[in-house]
Ligand binder design. Structure first.
Ligand SMILES: Nc1ncnc2c1ncn2[C@@H]1O[C@H](COP(=O)(O)OP(=O)(O)OP(=O)(O)O)[C@@H](O)[C@H]1O
Ligand SMILES: O=C(O)c1ccc[n+]([C@@H]2O[C@H](COP(=O)([O-])O)[C@@H](O)[C@H]2O)c1
Length: 203
């Protein structure tokens, strides 16, 4: 184990929820709780990203986002990390490869909201990601159908597990993915940033 990295032992099932978390909100907490239960995960690590490689707008400073995320995420099974900054990785394929090297025998699952599946095929080496780890996709308002018909979903259609087998996902041989339907939560960081700007302008 590397110094400054979270502890994990072989056999553990760990979900990775990458995101800008700019800021973290109750929607992130909700999908995290759902993913823990529905995929039978032992832990979830939030990977607060230094910056999404596809977004041109730079997010708030990493430390600020991590501090805010730790304030909102109280479940002791969840660790809020800046692992990508620690690893020096920017694209998810490199992050996952780095973590698999440091944590042999740990069963990682990549988690994402349904909106992210829609653009997944434009991520760097996305098929390598799908070949490395099972993927758990969580429903998001307005995105369930686009996700089902996305380029990645169609390319990986044969590797999809039925929702009833979501508990098997962490030990499934990748490529494997499941889209789970959960009570929907319509919060987004974009909406919160807009509200904050509006409140600031009224001061
Ligand atoms: N309300 C939600 N329901 C389902 N998934 C969500 C929700 N909010 C965020 N996610 C998922 O959490 C992960 C991190 O999201 P992110 O930090 O980009 O938040 P966001 O609200 O989507 O931000 P932004 O509005 O800036 O794009 C992504 O996989 C995203 O799909
Ligand atoms: O690897 C890529 O090319 C890539 C492209 C877009 C997004 N991602 C990752 O997707 C996660 C969600 O990003 P975001 O900004 O939508 O919260 C986050 O971990 C990003 O690093 C990764």
């Amino acid at each position: 184990m590397r110094e400054g990295f979270p502890i994990a032992v072989p056999g553990m099932r760990i979900g990775l929820l990458g995101g800008s978390f700019d800021p973290a909100h109750a929607g992130h907490v909700h999908i995290t709780e759902m993913a823990l239960r529905r995929f039978g995960l032992d832990r979830i690590w939030w990977l607060v990203s230094p910056g999404n490689p596809l977004k041109t707008r730079g997010p708030a400073p990493l430390d600020t986002r991590i501090t805010e995320a730790r304030r909102i995420m109280e479940d002791p099974r969840v660790i809020v990390t800046g692992l990508e900054a620690q690893l020096g990785t920017r694209v998810t394929a490199d992050t996952i490869a780095g973590l698999q090297k440091i944590y042999p025998g740990v069963h990682f699952v990549w988690l994402m909201g349904a909106d992210n599946l829609v653009q997944f095929h434009s991520w760097g080496r996305w098929q390598e990601i799908a070949a490395r780890v099972p993927i758990g996709v969580i429903a998001r308002p307005d995105w369930r159908m686009p996700a089902r018909f996305s380029v990645a979903a169609r390319k990986l259609w044969r590797n999809r597990l039925p929702e009833s087998e979501a508990q098997l996902l962490p030990l499934a041989n990748p490529p494997a993915w499941v889209l789970i339907n959960v009570p929907l939560n319509s919060l987004s960081s974009t909406a919160i940033r807009a509200e904050r700007r509006c409140a600031d302008s009224k001061r």
